[in-house]
Design a protein around this ligand. Structure first.
Ligand SMILES: *[C@@H]1O[C@H](CO)[C@@H](O)[C@H](O)[C@H]1NC(C)=O
Ligand SMILES: *[C@@H]1O[C@H](CO)[C@@H](O)[C@H](O)[C@H]1NC(C)=O
Ligand SMILES: *[C@@H]1O[C@H](CO)[C@@H](O)[C@H](O)[C@H]1NC(C)=O
Ligand SMILES: *[C@@H]1O[C@H](CO)[C@@H](O)[C@H](O)[C@H]1NC(C)=O
Length: 233
């Protein structure tokens, strides 16, 4: 497992909470994106310890950008987010497997190119948290963050989204933290809880476990990401 090698290289860094660092990307050099898998047109650039993601296709072509690592269940994922061009929408995919629990990159699965139905109603199982939802007018006049479970496009949790519009960001970065602890999920921005979810309390199919995580963007969003970390609980 490559994440195990990572944790050895990083000296088994641990927090006071007893967590172990599995993956850290400070986007500090050109190798930072080695092994990432893009589905759909994306322009990913790394400079000044920052990953900048922008759609590289037409107005309706979105992207999913998978990390190169496979993760266990029971993790905490944290990163810093800064929207720099709106409208658009940001999303975080986690716990992604094929519907039978295998790899999402199994060649027998249907092809994917960033188009949302291929992720929410097809042959993969995952959770997806959307935030900075500014793509459509109804998203812009009431700012919420959503958690959906797939397959099935089930809306399983929702909360108010405190991230402001680009003109009020003024250089700020927002610390986003997702905890995936077996059946329980929490989503925080700057330590403020937006929503939580208990996967045993919904009639939405098998509980999502570990595996793949990804960043997703909807045009014409441009956003900066920094200090991406995954900790084992
Ligand atoms: C980038 O950061 C990693 C640790 O996150 C470190 O191992 C590596 O040496 C750094 N590279 C540069 C060019 O500073
Ligand atoms: C890709 O992104 C970089 C940095 O944001 C930008 O300078 C460049 O113009 C973009 N390229 C394309 C083809 O959009
Ligand atoms: C690089 O990042 C630092 C720290 O966030 C910031 O203060 C500085 O303005 C950035 N420089 C450029 C050229 O974006
Ligand atoms: C992605 O695939 C869908 C069909 O599932 C197609 O309609 C769409 O044009 C494709 N988008 C790109 C950018 O290739």
């Amino acid at each position: 497992m490559r994440w195990a090698i990572f944790s050895i290289i990083l000296g088994l860094a641990a927090t006071s909470k007893g967590e172990t660092l599995l993956y850290r990307n400070t986007f500090n050099d050109t190798s930072a994106l080695h092994g990432w898998v893009a589905e759909g047109p994306v322009n990913a650039t790394v400079s000044n310890n920052t990953l900048t993601l922008a759609g590289a296709g037409g107005p309706d072509d979105y992207f999913v950008y998978w990390l190169p690592e496979v993760f266990p269940d029971r993790i905490r994922i944290a990163w810093e987010f800064q929207p720099i061009q709106e409208p658009g929408l940001a999303m975080f995919f986690f716990g992604a497997t094929s519907v039978d629990g295998g790899s999402i990159f199994d060649p027998s699965l249907k092809p994917r190119n960033g188009s949302y139905p291929q992720y929410h109603s097809s042959d993969i199982r995952l959770l997806h948290a959307s935030y900075f939802r500014r793509r459509w007018p109804e998203e812009r006049n009431f700012h919420v963050a959503n958690l959906r479970k797939s397959p099935g496009f089930h809306l399983v949790a929702q909360g108010a989204d405190p991230i402001p519009s680009v003109e009020d960001v003024q250089g700020a970065y927002y610390k986003i933290e997702v905890v995936k602890d077996k059946r329980e999920v929490t989503f925080k921005v700057n330590d403020l809880l937006l929503f939580s979810f208990d996967d045993t309390k919904s009639d939405t199919g098998p509980v999502v476990r570990g595996r793949r995580i990804a960043l997703r963007g909807m045009q014409p969003l441009i956003a900066n990401y920094r200090n991406l970390e995954v900790w084992k609980l």
